[in-house]
Design a protein around this ligand. Sequence first.
Ligand SMILES: Cc1cc2nc3c(=O)[nH]c(=O)nc-3n(C[C@H](O)[C@H](O)[C@H](O)COP(=O)(O)OP(=O)(O)OC[C@H]3O[C@@H](n4cnc5c(N)ncnc54)[C@H](O)[C@@H]3O)c2cc1C
Length: 621
Amino acid sequence: MDMFGKKFGNEERASLEVAEGSRQTEWKKTSFLRGLFDGRFSWSLVHPFPEQAPEDKKTGDDYIARIGKLLKDKLDPEEVDMTGSIPDAAIKELFAMGAFALKIPEQYGGLAMSKVNYGRILHYVASYCASTAALLSAHQSIGVPQTLLDFGTEEQKQKYLPRVRQGTISGFALTEPGAGSDPSQMTTTAAPVEGGKFFLLNGEKLWCTNGVIANVLIVMALTPPKIVNGKEKKQITAFIVETDSPGFEVKHRCVFMGLKGAQIGLLKFSNVKVPRENIVLQEGAGLKLALTTLNTGRLTMPACMTGAGKYALRVSRLWASKRKQWGSAIGEHEAIADKLSTMAASVLAMEAMTWYVTHTADRPHADIRLEAAMAKKFCTETNWNICNDALQIRGGRGYETSRSLRERGEGEEAYPLEKMLRDARINTILEGTSEIMDLFITREALDTHLGKIKPLFDPHTNIWNKLKTVAGMGLGYALWYPRLWLPVLGVGNLAGVPPQLKGHVLYAKRKTRQLARGLFHALMIYRQALAKKQSLVSRFVDIGADLFAISVVCSYAAAQIKKGVSGSETADLADLFCRIARSRIARRFGEVRRNQDALKKEVSRNVLDGRYEWMESDISK
Ligand SMILES: Cc1cc2nc3c(=O)[nH]c(=O)nc-3n(C[C@H](O)[C@H](O)[C@H](O)COP(=O)(O)OP(=O)(O)OC[C@H]3O[C@@H](n4cnc5c(N)ncnc54)[C@H](O)[C@@H]3O)c2cc1C
């Protein structure tokens, strides 16, 4: 079936078909964001803010205290950055305390931590050493433990999960030199041999985090295509691969601007023999497995970003209140106060979004694929801005390395802000770039509509079925669409929400309806070509992100005040965040109507065609 239409070239259409065929299609569980994009503002899913059970919190608190001590005793993040490696002694002790088996159930030798505690632990580690957070996260969020817990057979779990307590490190190998955001371009093959009992893996995998030191990997590879409806269909299959297998080679350890201690490599597979029983899920289901693993795995990212953002805020606070220039502390100058207040409001929003989604992930009736993607995009971009502002607040000291600051003496505080900025930059790229998150979120946000109108675009649907679809749609939309224009009279339970925040919750409900109308109108105007209107859809996604952030911030602030963690000043902070977010939302709705998208497209075409090459004169080439 062709749901992509003639606007797409053959190659693009083929990639989209592979991605579409590997989507998690079922939507059986609750999702605040899915409702939001449909015009439903399910405040009761957000408020009261989810709470960690006291025993679970104590387990997390105790573990964080222990891992904090271990890291401070055994691992110097500056040394990791300089030498490009995490000391073996520290890794050994991390294994001993189960840091590589946090989410693995006790029956397989793991610590059986809740997702909230896992997130809290990674949040702490990321605030201390980003490379160590990458090591633990790549192994547990997307590597062997998560993949096998979600999709492994009992035999696979029993064979591989206990090994994780004994020193096994894992990674996830999807990306290739020619296949980044578009995994359908992969060329690594797994050819069946010996009557299909084994497969021979051949090809290269790029930038596999932990790949240089991993003992076992989840590797996605092409298995022989299938013929479906007379057409050849690519089959991508996931394999568990032991790195001591003959034919496996680390071809190159990659070096980046940040994450210097992470062991990320280009891996080569030359006739690596893998038994059939190492297929995870089933033959041909490897891309679905990879994308589904990333859907929840990328949830670790917001926790790490929140940890890092809080550290940057702390450094900024300490410095801006101490450093005096022009007669007062720099934090008293309005330009710096602007940055500090925005940073604090943004940290509150990251915190609220992260813990809302993480708590929700622990609930069996919730589907967090949209929330995790949104939180990943929001928190990685917000943290980048926060780290950048923190560096600006530190002035020249922000640009100086922590080692140089310390060695310079004179009581300089050796805050590693330049390292934080280097470490932070990759996060808007890996585990799904921000641009790909926009496309993913839009696809899922429109799923209800696409499910209804797909038969209309399908050349194989006969005219009677098309008419039946139109009739069914007419009835459904006659009930749904007018509701989006009704005035908002209330949102339900606002108990505990500070007075200055109640209006923001009502606003979020009102704008939710405007967002759903806007998306629906855009779909009706552009139909399949909406997927090509990336600037337009990214505005809708950003509006959705801010509405989500406003909702969770109001609920989170109420919870913090109720618990006595903070006083009414947190209501002011949430109020500030909501006001900033509302300005952004107003601007984006305005840009939906009036924008420079067409002119930008024309200019970028000229750039690509080299028509402004004359401006590249007198530079080094
Ligand atoms: C430090 C590091 C660690 C990594 N760890 C792992 C790992 O453990 N396992 C693994 O499998 N991979 C890993 N990766 C790969 C990472 O996931 C990819 O870098 C990412 O998926 C993007 O692919 P790419 O870099 O090839 O960019 P490309 O896909 O070439 O994209 C380049 C730019 O074009 C944009 N773009 C691409 N397609 C579209 C589109 N359709 N519409 C709009 N914009 C588009 C992208 O957003 C990006 O801005 C890692 C990468 C790095 C740098």
